[in-house]
Ligand binder design. Sequence first.
Ligand code: GLU
Length: 501
Amino acid sequence: MFRTRFAPSPTGELHIGSVRTALFSWLAAKHAGGQFFIRLEDTDQRRYVPGSARRILETFDWLGIELDGGPDHAMLRQMKTNEDYPGALEDGSYRGIPGPFVQSQRLSLYKQWAEWLIEHGYAYRANETPEELDRMRKEAEARRETFLFREHMRLRTDIDPSQPHVIRMRVPCEGVTRFHDLIKGDVAFDNALIDEQVLLKADGYPTYHLAVVVDDHLQGVTHAIRADEWLPSTPKHLLLYQYFGWEPPLFAHVPNVRGEDGKKLSKRHGATSVFDLRDKGYIREAILNFLALLGWAPGGGDEQNVFTVEELIQKFSLDRVGSSPAVFSDDKLDWLNGVHIRRLPPEELARRLQPFVERDGIVLDTPEKQDKFRRAVPLIQERLKTLTDATPLIDFLFQDIPTPPQDALIGPKMEHHLSLHALREARRVLESLPIFEDKPMEVAMRALCDELKLKPTQLFTIVRNAVTGKSVTPPLFGTIAILGREVALERLDRAIAVLSH
Ligand code: GLU
């Protein structure tokens, strides 16, 4: 069973680069017909941010990434806040993956395995105070050395296990720890340069290094896919696997995401979380497509850029993930978003647009307004880059418009009196149309152009300005048909009045 996990720390909003890494893990697992789960790594209690665990889970939910395991309702409730997430299970396991999925719920396991390491000679107790360690670090710096803790540096060896202390791993002074990373290739670390890392802290919590190894092993992770900042930690993990006699997973360290200026992606670059993107009108299909392309490409001469989730699952493979940082391009995201918006069925697009137009003050609280909105959506679908683009394209259908100024009502290369005459004639034509629909309206208005010897743009420009108050709109006659005869005539009357003065 191919099994991957995403192991975020609930320390704040999920960074978009982390979501990209999680997406790679999910795609790799699903491509192989395997499983993907989430484990919350909340062992650093000082950095815990209430509410962030829930936000993390909501992010995956919103993206439509289904989990084969993750923190459940009951566990989250036991955490520091009354978080609530409809999830899984009573016994802590899910779909064959042993839980719990929150590290603070697994403390006894880490303690047990840390003690095992001591019994077997792979770890030892130490109790240097932070001040003592700080002094040692400064002394090393003064000698221009990197500070690495080694067993012989212990200040006390007669440590009473019932008193506060930490447990540190032993690291051989010689030799090299090597492994093959699925993205970075062959990697080697000198054991002499590996710190004798604290595994269990004095507060009984494990450090990341112990917890990640114990959990990945017990939860059957076959591929550990994570950010490349963890690459230097991997030799420590491999030593622990070796001590325990466990088979390590395969490792894939994914490069980070940068802004277009080459700097690590941050708030300065705009949206940094999936929810920021959602609120700016990006749709999940585009976000998933865009994130997948941050570091991955199908390769083999395949130039395809637009993918559905199913296509991503089918085509994704870790060996096509590049080893250099990916660049977050706003233009590409906008372009992909437009493409995926055009692919949505119009009813679905209407459903997704509604909260955005309502946020802008267009309240669709009657069946008539709902109907107008549903008819307008196909007319604007082609023109949207984000869901926030809709309101200015359709607001005049739902709200009154200010009376346009005279010069907006005088057509290109037209005199005042000719524009006035054209508007009066347009009004007459619209009033007498037997059916107030797009096609017959266009035929009649084009005939009027011929009659008045006007170019279509001349007539349509003034009609558009008169009826919508805008110089750019979705297709004109479709829009006027939705607006309805009564309102259209009333707006034409106002425009005629403006020109008559
Ligand atoms: N808790 C670590 C993080 O937040 C997980 C690293 C890993 O996936 O091993 O990045």
